[in-house]
Design a protein around this ligand. Structure first.
Ligand SMILES: *Cc1c(COP(=O)(O)O)cnc(C)c1O
Length: 236
């Protein structure tokens, strides 16, 4: 299937889930473009643009974001989010090519990014809702101190929360994690005295986006359902 038809199908799936849940007024499709070529990224961005959708692409690695940024920026309005872990030595590179960072998971990282940023940067706090050792993100217990650090930062603006859900076929277990992210969003809304609509909930992937939308997702991050199986890449 072509990338534009796969995107149209994913949007149908999202819209059906959104209507069934009655939770969110809008759910954006963020394309997870890891291992995709600059040409594929541009084609996908153009397809979102042609469909009148927000043009949102998520990269896991700063290096891949840098390698594709010029192609993606050929599509006016395209936005690039970092959705993978950010090492301190890559902060400057990240700031040069991404529009938002979804993987903020410590007060130390907030302070380091804030000291390097020169313009306003939207950030999402990534929470490990499943408690699995292999998952990135802060623990729910540390969440509110990171909210405070972002609020105190000069250049960072809290734009939402992000999580990679439990990888399990058990709907109730997966949804419990997504419900927890929503509850943390509600607590941040209280803490900051802002409207709930100011904070995105970035949760749900190809295999479970319906469950995430049922728990209030406003952004779902989809890779394989649009691009097919992941390519193997050399790590380094
Ligand atoms: C790859 C990835 C996704 C998308 O996963 P698929 O199963 O390919 O839809 C979403 N979020 C993150 C952080 C990812 O790394």
């Amino acid at each position: 299937m072509s990338i534009p038809s796969a995107i149209a199908q994913a949007l149908d799936r999202i819209e059906r889930a959104r209507q069934a849940s009655g939770c969110s007024d809008r759910v954006a499709l963020e394309l997870a473009v890891k291992t995709r070529s600059p040409e594929e990224c541009r084609e996908a961005a153009q397809a979102l643009s042609d469909l009148g959708q927000p043009i949102l692409l998520g990269h896991n690695r700063v290096q891949e974001a840098k390698a594709t940024v010029d192609a993606i920026r050929e599509v006016p309005g395209a936005r690039i989010h970092l959705i993978g872990p950010l090492q301190s030595n890559k902060i400057n590179h990240a700031l040069s090519c991404v529009d938002a960072i979804e993987s903020i998971d410590s007060v130390a990282l907030v302070e380091k990014i804030d000291s390097r940023a020169t313009t306003e940067l939207p950030v999402f706090i990534e929470v490990n809702v499943s408690g699995e050792d292999t998952k990135h993100g802060c623990s729910p217990a540390d969440f509110s101190s990171i909210v405070e650090a972002v609020a105190a930062a000069t250049h960072l603006k809290l734009a939402g929360l992000m999580t990679v859900g439990l990888n399990s076929p058990a709907e109730a277990d997966v949804r419990r994690g997504y419900a927890l992210l929503r509850e943390l969003r509600d607590s941040a809304v209280q803490q900051l005295a802002i409207p709930a609509t100011n904070l995105e909930l970035s949760m749900g992937m190809s295999h479970d986006l319906e469950w995430a939308i049922a728990e209030g997702a406003t952004i779902v991050r989809v890779g394989t359902a649009v691009f097919g199986p992941r390519r193997l890449v050399a790590r380094g």
